[in-house]
Each structure stands twice: as structure tokens, then as C-alpha cells.
Design a protein around this ligand. Structure first.
Ligand code: ZN
Ligand code: ZN
Length: 1022
């Protein structure tokens, strides 16, 4: 049908006049300035008969529009043009200028045929009932694409073993190649067909950022030539990362029951950096090495480097590399200002959820094992103190005290005692397998606890290798694996690398020993390690067994942490982020020290795959300027370090498809989508065997626990019975699905087991005794963080997730090793879902642009209510030894410099973060008032003693009140940064109000903490 454009209604016509005359196309033409807007509707005016109603239905109709001569007449929809405001939005608009929205569907998706020469023009638009889009892969460029990279050495072994004077020549090719690329981009700016004219300023700024990054990388390479310490630390890092890589790979294979050893994995491919990883490390070297480097210590202009790379791209390797370098340079620099760099926490790596912590824990442990084996071969250079890793997380995951650890380990040996006090405490067995060789670790056999009274007060984890080939097995090592998971032991040993959850920092006011993590120690016991006033120990110990007599000696403070790594920065937002930002003031101050009369701050590095408004977030969180790496170029497809691969047969992207069954219940649609995918995968598996493995495990993603629970029942029932009959529909029968879930209902010990099950592959040749792989994994947003199972290739998303960031994070879990397929089943009754369906293609083409801005507001009045007292107490208690012990809360002196320091630091931070002196004044006044109240409390307690915490001695009354018990008082402190608001418990009234789903409760899955909200169905009594 051909129509000439004319303002007004289009004459209705019937596309199939002979068969279905009552199916008509109607439309409307409007004109604004130089643009025509055409709206078309397909209307089914047929009457539904009583019987065989589907004869009047239309299945998957399609409308297609083009110019008579096929010319590219379609351009961007006027409503979405030029609406940016901020610099960042303008930069985003520039990056995605080639991806325009030509049309929007109404209850349907739209597909545009774009012309190659000009991506902002389309030649044909058609509707799509099942829209799809292939999101391209992002990868590092090859030396074929960038010949200049050919001589840039990425081999960790080569960089570890070459003479340090040759490092420069192996790394400088990167500079030339990057500079050349920048020059090419600069030349593009003025070219008319690049369509950069509206973005001239933005484009120039983007390339200025690239040049600045180039300069910083240059500075890093220069440092390696001028400083032998830096060069040694750099080779140490390369050696450690090389060993970490090959051991991790072989340990993984052995864990899956295959024979493997590190030597066989030692190939160049397995031990190579990606260019962006090495570049990121190089640009950070100067500020990690020079304590007074302005990027590190200037206040407030220091830089927090933000590594921005798609999920699965290798961010972890980059900051593990930085970690290894920091450990090495600190030991080489020795004692500075009387503070030893050999001991003490050097790097704090922070995560938000326990799941991530455990997985990353295994990878990080392999790195520390590598560092430790290197140290043992050259103790003179690297020091006598072992490199260790500490896991400092919630009590539900790991024990707080050696005593608890002992009790738990006895339970594991079957010596369970009644009246156990350790119910709900996590296990000291955090590793199921040796990260170095892959041998199984059994709690009863391989964990040995030495109590504080009878031994060294340590929980040792040995590799379970019975042959004694592994360096960390009981036969070959006294300490076993270099990991510490018990809080108390972390304080005494102060592991070089501390992995923590952000939550845990809520402990600062409550526990005086946390000051030790920042180097504040005052004594050293030759048997148990470091002490501070709040960490109990005797000054003398008699000889016990093989241990000689021991005593404590006074000890100077240690060097505070040099590097703070914040992973998954996008999760530090909302109420949690706001409190993290507030507590960060204390973390920053406690990690700051003075060298040669100048302040030295810790270096901050963060990583994320999705970010908006990073500058504001980083400023509020860390009081530092953000520097995003890699800096963006002129378009989203290429920033030199990462390139989007145009989806093709050889380089498939991740395919997203949208299903929206209007008029049908979401559950009904989900059942069919599950059955179709499961049966289709089975059909292919029957033909092609193991090659189909990636699509044999279906990951079902849900936005709420409630929806997930409903689906679980349906899988066990409807899906199961339908699968048995799918051969009748041309697919294949499939066995009853083996089902697991990854939600906050799982305990921290179950989660590694679920992840292990996910690793099992479908293989027609595997013997019948091997355990069955999973057919279905149901997951909430817990899967979005750090689940790194390479084989997963299929996901079904039930309803559009709440945020784009979450959507990207969740769906990026599939398609790592094989092409990923993500099917989004929309709920047509939700307008937001519908809108995503109607703009499916465009949304997916630009979803990184659509990521929501995050906000943290640490100095907002309500945040201050929740956290300011905790901060004041943290400063006064943790800055030194004087007021550290619990009972010292009653002996504080209001004129002590700690009070003044705290008030000054917090006020200055409030002003720097908010830019408002009024907020500063308010913070100052509140703190003065809190100090007054604290001092008043010390004076009025007759017959009792003021402690920070209440003790059960009948005398010590706590200054601090735990949140959640009674009303909020001036010195009420949070126990967890997640429990910002107490949860409301509602009573479920079972009396029915009918089956309307609108009343069902909504439970948000937040990982470590579950806020179960039982929604009451309130029926009004009349
Ligand atoms: Zn081992
Ligand atoms: Zn001791």
C-alpha cells in the first residue's frame, strides 16, 4: 500500500481484503517544522465467534514502512533530540550519537533497517512481536588492529624475569600506540561525516582526558626506569600474578576432578595481561610509590582512579596486580617515620555482599599464596613476616574469636557440644579447595585451631593434599594457607591484604581493636602478635608444649594502609552508600599519617561496570577527584583499550529477546518460555552433545523473592509435566529439572556449594555416577555481583529489573564463554515493562547510556543523625591508645586533641563534599553538642563505670546504644550499615481477599541481610 504524506488521518485500508476485510490499518500524519510524524495502527475489527475463537485472532502480524524508492527517509524521533543538560549527559549523547531512536512501538517492538553509510538514517521500519538485539562484545584490541601494540610486552613471565633496565623498552610501545590513536581521534573531530559538530567542546575535552591518561602512563614507565625499588616491586607483581594465574587455572581443573598441574598451564596465553590492565597499573604506580604524590595525598584534589570496564572484562586482575605491587613496594621501602612497612595491613579491598567476598576470596588467596612463595625464596629482601590475607566480614560468615572458631571446628569433627554458643556463626572453613593446587579442604581434617591460652591463638587452614606436594599442605608448611578468617586473629596478625565488606566498618566505634587495622598498635607479644589496649592479652606467658615462654614488648605504630580498593562502586548508593560515605571520613583519617611533616593519604581505587555521575559519587564518598579509566574516546565503540566487536558469526554478541504476551498472566508466559527453552536446548543437545552445554542450564532471574518462590513451585509442577511431552511439539522430552536457587535464603556455607553445582557440565560421555548438572538456577539480584561461572549461556528474566544498572549486571552473567541468550519476559500490566518492550532495540543499543545516576548524601541531616555520633566515638577511640580500651569511655578529656581533630576533620569534609559552609557549621555544632553530652554522661554515673559498650560485670554502662533497641538516642550506633531503618514486621492475616496478585508481599533480596516484609492483607472491619 502506498500513501502520500498529507497532514491528517490516513485512509484506512485492509491488508488482506479478501480473507479478513475487517483487519485494517489506520493512521495519522502530523507535521512539525521539517519533520513528518506518522502513527500507524493495525486494528482487528473482527468479531470473535462463540466457538473456535482463535480464528478471529492475529498471530505475529507485522507492519513495515519504507519509501517508495527505498531511500533512507527516516531520522531520529524529534522528542528525544537534544535533551541533555550536564557535561556527562552531553558526553554520553556524543558517544551514542550513532544510535538513534527512529520509532516507538505501541504494544509491539520496532526494528529499524539502518543504512551503513549513515547510522542516523533508516530505510525501513517494521514492527516486531518478538524484538531482539545483539549487544556487541567489548574486548581488548589485538595487535592486528593496532600494529603498534605488537611490541608491547604483556607476558607476565617476561616482565618478571627480564633485567629491570629493559622494562622501559618492553612497555613504551604502548605510549606510541596510544598517542597515535589519540592523534587519529583529534583528526576526526572536524570531519563532517563524523557528526561531531554539535559536540565540539565535549569531543575536545574527551581527548584532553585521553592525553592526561597517556601522560600518567608515561610517568609510570619513567618511574620504573628511575627507581630500582619500583622496578623490583613491578617484577615482583608480575611474578606473583603469573603464578597466581597458572595456579588458579590448574586448581580449578583439579577441583573439577581432572588432572592438571601449574606447569602444564604455564603458557603465554594464560599469563598475559590485557593492555588495559597493565595500563591501569602503570598509571597508578607513581602515586602508590611516592607518598607525597599529589594524585595521592593532596587534599581535596587527590585522585580516586575508577576502573570502568564491562563485567567479565578482567577488572579483578587489574586491581590484584595493584595489590601485589603495593605489598612489594611497602616492604622495600622499609621503616618510615618509625613505622614499619613490613607489618600491618597494606591493602583494604572492600565489597558489598558476602557472595562476592567468598568468590573473590579464593582468587585473592591464590595471589597471596604466590606472594608468599616468592617471599620465602628471598626473605632478606621481602621480610620475615608472611604475606597473609584476612577475611573481615560479618559474624554470620566468619567467627569473631578464636574461641568460637575452636568450638566450630570441634563441631566439624563431630564433637558437638550441647549448649553451643556458636549457633549462627559462620565457619572458619571458607575455602572448599586449596586455591594453589585444588585439593579438597575438609573442615574436620584440615582446619586446626590453637587456642589463645594453650597456643598461638590461631586457626590454621591446611591444604588437604595428603601427598605433601603442595607448598601449603601440612607436611610442607607450618602455617598452612596464608589466610586468616577469625576477627581476633586478624587484629593480632594484621594481614597484608584485608578483604572486608563495607558493612563491617560499622564495628569501628564498638570495637577498639579495629584501630589496629590502621596501624595503631602499642605492644607486641612474641606468641600472639600485636596488641592494643582493647585487645586483651597477658604481658607474660609461660612455656607451653613446644612454645617457648613469651612476653609483650612496647611497639611503635605500624604504617597504615596504602591502598583502598572499592569494588562494585555502583552498589555504594542509596542509604547504604550514604552511610558508607559518612564512615569513610573516619577510615580516611585513620589511614592518613604524616611523613616529613606532610600528610600522606591512602590511594583509592574503585571499579565498576556501570556508572553515572561518578564524579559526584566519588567526591561524596572519598573526597577525591574521580579519574575514569579507560577514558572514553569519541564514540562508544572504541576507546583504544576496549573495542566493541560488531556481532558476527565469528564474534557473536549477547542476544536479548523480548516476550510480551498481552492479556496473559506473567506466570503463564513464563511457564511457556521456560519449557520452550529447556526443551529446545535438549533437542539440540541430543544432536550435538556437549557443545550445547552452555544453554542446558537455564538461569531464571527474578526481581523479588516472592515471584521467585512462585516460579519454583511452577517448575516442580507445570514445567516438569510439560517437558515430558515436548517431543510431541517437535522438540525433545526432558527429565524433571534439577533445581537450585541463589538467593539470600541460602546460608553463606551453602553458596559455594551452589556455585560448585553450577560448574557441572552436561556431557553425554560423562559416567553415570557423576552428579547431575543443574537444569535450572533461580536467582535474585544476588547473582548480579561477582558470580563468575563461565559456562552459563541462557537466562530468562521475569519482568524488567528496577534499574538498568541491575539489568546489565544481572544479564552479563551469561555468555562469557559461548554466545549468551537472554530472554526478557515482560509484564504487560506494568507500564514500565511495556515501555521497555516498545523500545527494545534502541534501549539495548544504548543501555550503558541509560544507567541511572546514583546518589550518596553523607552530610544530609538524617544521615548525620544515624552516623555522626559513631564517627566522633570512632575518632576519639581509634586515633591513639589513650581512650581505646572499653572503660576509657568514662575517662575522656574533652580538651584532648582527638576531639578537636575529629571535629575539624569532619567539618572540613562536610564543607568539601557539599560545598556548603552552612552544612559545615551544622556538623560542627552537632559534634560540639555530642562532645558535651558525652562528657556529661561521664560525670553523672555514680557507682557505675562508663564504657563504650555495656559489660555484663554489673558496673559498666555503655555510652553507645545498639540500634534497633528502643528509641534512637544521641549515642545510638548502627551495628550494620545496612540496618539504617528498622524493618517493620507486619502480621499476615490469612483471611482471603481473593487471589489478586496486587496484594502479594514484596521481599527485596539484599544479600547478607534479608529484610523480610510480611505484608498484611488488611481487611477493613465495617
Ligand atoms: Zn594445595
Ligand atoms: Zn600473648
Amino acid at each position: 500500500m502506498c500513501q502520500t504524506l498529507k497532514v491528517g488521518a490516513i485512509t484506512a485500508w485492509s491488508p488482506a481484503a479478501s480473507e479478513q476485510p475487517d483487519v485494517v490499518v489506520k493512521g495519522l500524519v502530523r507535521r512539525t517544522d521539517d519533520t513528518w510524524t506518522v502513527t500507524l495502527f493495525l486494528v482487528n475489527e473482527q468479531r470473535e465467534p462463540e466457538q473456535r475463537r482463535d480464528e478471529a485472532w492475529l498471530f505475529q502480524p507485522e507492519l513495515s514502512v519504507e519509501a517508495e524508492d527505498g531511500s533512507p527517509i527516516f531520522q531520529q524521533r524529534p522528542t528525544v533530540r537534544h535533551r541533555w543538560q550536564s557535561d556527562e549527559e552531553q558526553a554520553m549523547a556524543m558517544l551514542y550519537r550513532q544510535h538513534v531512536s527512529f520509532a516507538i512501538g505501541h504494544n509491539v517492538g520496532v526494528h529499524a533497517v539502518v543504512v551503513e553509510e549513515n547510522l542516523t538514517r533508516a530505510s525501513c521500519l517494521s514492527t516486531r512481536i518478538v524484538p531482539n538485539y545483539d549487544v556487541p562484545r567489548t574486548e581488548a584490541p589485538t595487535s592486528v588492529e593496532i600494529p603498534g601494540l605488537a611490541n608491547f610486552v604483556l607476558d607476565m613471565k617476561e616482565l618478571a624475569e627480564c633485567p629491570t633496565r629493559e622494562l622501559g623498552s618492553k612497555l613504551t610501545p604502548l605510549l606510541a600506540a596510544y598517542e597515535r590513536w589519540i592523534r587519529e581521534q583529534e583528526a576526526r573531530i572536524e570531519q563532517p561525516d563524523e557528526q561531531l559538530r554539535p559536540y565540539l567542546h565535549t569531543a575536545k575535552q574527551a581527548l584532553t582526558d585521553c592525553r592526561h591518561t597517556l601522560h600518567r602512563i608515561h610517568e609510570g614507565i619513567t618511574l620504573l626506569a628511575s627507581s630500582s625499588q619500583a622496578a623490583y616491586a613491578f617484577t615482583f607483581m608480575n611474578r606473583a600474578m603469573w603464578q597466581q594465574r597458572i595456579h588458579t587455572l590448574s586448581a580449578e581443573e583439579r577441583r573439577r576432578g581432572r588432572t592438571s598441574d601449574a606447569e602444564s598451564k604455564d603458557t603465554q596465553e594464560n599469563r598475559s595481561w590485557r593492555p588495559f590492565q597493565l595500563a591501569f597499573i602503570l598509571l597508578n604506580l607513581p602515586s602508590l610509590t611516592d607518598l607525597h604524590h599529589p594524585d595521592r595525598s593532596a587534599e581535596p584534589s587527590a585522585i580516586a582512579d575508577l576502573l570502568w570496564f564491562p563485567t567479565g572484562g578482567g577488572k579483578t586482575e587489574a586491581y590484584l596486580g595493584l595489590t601485589a605491587y603495593t605489598l612489594a613496594i611497602r616492604r622495600l621501602q622499609g621503616t618510615i617515620e618509625g613505622r614499619s612497612g613490613e607489618d600491618g595491613v597494606a591493602v583494604i579491598m572492600r565489597y558489598t555482599l558476602r557472595l562476592l567476598t567468598l568468590q573473590q576470596f579464593q582468587r585473592a588467596t591464590a595471589l597471596i599464596c604466590a606472594c608468599e612463595t616468592i617471599r620465602q625464596t628471598d626473605v632478606l629482601r621481602w621480610g620475615k613476616t608472611p604475606f597473609r590475607l584476612g577475611l573481615w566480614v560479618g559474624q554470620r560468615t566468619t567467627p569473631n574469636t578464636t574461641e568460637q572458631s575452636e568450638e566450630l571446628s570441634e563441631q566439624d569433627r563431630g564433637q558437638y557440644q550441647r549448649g553451643s554458643s556458636v549457633g549462627g556463626v559462620g565457619s572458619p572453613r571458607q575455602l572448599t579447595n586449596c586455591p594453589w593446587c585444588g585439593s579438597t579442604i575438609e573442615a574436620g581434617r584440615d582446619i586446626k585451631v590453637e587456642s589463645v591460652t594453650k597456643g598461638r591463638g590461631r586457626t590454621f587452614t591446611y591444604c588437604g593434599d595428603l601427598l605433601g606436594q603442595c607448598a601449603f599442605s601440612r607436611r610442607r608448611s607450618t602455617e598452612g594457607l596464608p589466610v586468616i578468617v577469625v576477627d581476633e586473629e586478624i587484629y593480632r596478625c594484621l594481614p597484608s591484604l584485608l578483604i572486608a565488606t563495607v558493612d563491617k566498618f560499622a564495628q569501628m566505634p564498638w570495637n577498639g581493636a579495629t584501630q589496629m587495622l590502621f596501624g595503631q598498635v602499642n605492644k607486641w607479644c612474641s606468641r600472639h602478635g600485636y596488641r592494643c589496649p582493647d585487645l586483651d592479652d597477658k604481658d607474660q606467658h609461660r612455656a607451653v608444649g613446644s612454645l617457648p615462654a613469651a612476653r609483650s614488648l612496647p611497639h611503635a605504630p605500624l604504617r597504615p594502609p596504602d591502598l583502598i580498593i572499592q569494588d562494585e562502586l555502583h552498589l555504594i548508593s542509596g542509604p547504604l552508600g550514604t552511610l558508607v560515605a559518612l564512615y569513610e571520613s573516619a577510615v580516611d583519617s585513620l589511614s592518613t599519617w604524616t611523613v616529613d611533616g606532610h600528610k600522606v593519604r591512602p590511594k583509592v581505587v574503585a571499579a565498576t561496570a556501570t556508572i553515572r555521575r561518578a564524579a559526584q559519587q566519588v567526591q561524596a564518598l572519598f573526597m577525591r577527584q574521580v579519574n575514569v579509566f579507560p577514558p572514553q574516546g569519541l564514540d562508544s565503540a572504541d576507546n583504544f583499550f576496549a573495542r566493541q566487536r560488531k556481532p558476527s558469526q565469528e564474534m557473536p554478541g549477547r542476544r536479548y529477546i523480548g516476550i510480551c504476551a498481552s492479556g496473559r498472566r506473567l506466570k503463564a508466559a513464563l511457564i511457556r518460555v521456560y519449557v520452550a527453552h529447556l526443551a529446545a536446548a535438549q533437542y539440540l543437545y541430543n544432536q550435538y552433545g556437549g557443545a550445547i552445554d552452555p544453554w542446558m542450564t537455564l538461569v531464571g532471574y527474578f526481581n523479588s523473592m516472592n515471584e521467585l518462590g512462585g516460579m519454583r513451585r511452577l517448575i516442580e509442577d507445570d514445567v516438569r509435566s510439560r517437558l515430558g511431552k515436548m517431543d510431541q511439539r517437535g522438540l525433545a522430552k526432558r527429565r524433571s529439572p534439577l533445581l537450585e536457587e541463589l538467593t539470600s535464603r541460602k546460608s553463606s556455607t551453602d553458596i559455594p556449594e551452589v556455585l560448585d553445582k553450577l560448574e557441572r557440565v552436561f556431557d553425554p560421555n560423562s559416567d553415570t555416577t557423576s552428579p547431575w548438572p543443574l537444569d535450572v538456577l533461580l536467582a535474585t539480584n544476588m547473582i548480579s555481583v561477582g558470580v563468575d561461572v563461565q559456562r552459563l549461556g541462557l537466562m530468562v528474566v521475569a519482568g524488567q529489573p528496577k534499574t538498568t544498572a541491575e539489568y546489565i549486571q544481572a544479564t552479563s552473567r551469561v555468555g562469557r564463554s559461548a554466545p549468551g541468550l537472554v530472554c526478557v519476559v515482560f509484564n504487560w500490566a506494568r507500564p514500565r515493562d511495556l515501555s521497555h518492550y516498545e523500545q527494545f532495540e534502541h534501549y539495548h543499543a544504548t543501555f550503558y547510556q541509560q544507567v541511572e545516576a546514583l546518589s550518596v548524601t553523607p552530610f544530609a541531616p538524617r544521615a548525620l543523625d544515624r552516623g555522626l555520633a559513631a564517627l566522633l566515638v570512632s575518632y576519639v577511640r581509634l586515633l591513639g591508645a589513650e581512650f581505646n580500651e572499653n572503660s576509657q569511655a568514662g575517662n575522656v578529656n574533652g580538651d584532648h586533641p582527638y576531639f578537636a581533630d575529629a571535629i575539624r576533620a569532619l567539618t572540613a569534609r562536610a564543607i568539601a563534599v557539599t560545598g556548603s559552609s552552612e552544612v559545615g557549621e551544622m556538623v560542627n555544632a552537632t559534634l560540639q553538642e555530642l562532645r558535651k553530652q558525652w562528657l556529661k554522661t561521664t560525670q553523672t554515673n555514680v557507682g557505675t563505670r562508663l564504657g563504650y559498650r555495656t559489660r555484663k560485670d554489673g558496673q559498666t554502662v555503655g555510652l553507645l546504644h545498639p540500634s534497633g533497641q528502643g528509641e534512637w538516642r544521641p549515642f545510638t550506633c548502627l551495628n550494620s550499615l545496612r540496618d539504617v531503618e528498622p524493618s517493620i514486621h507486619l502480621i499476615l492475616d490469612e483471611r482471603s481477599l481473593g487471589d489478586s496478585e496486587e496484594y502479594s508481599g514484596h521481599v527485596e533480596d539484599v544479600g547478607g541481610v534479608v529484610n523480610v516484609l510480611n505484608v498484611k492483607h488488611v481487611s477493613q472491619e465495617l
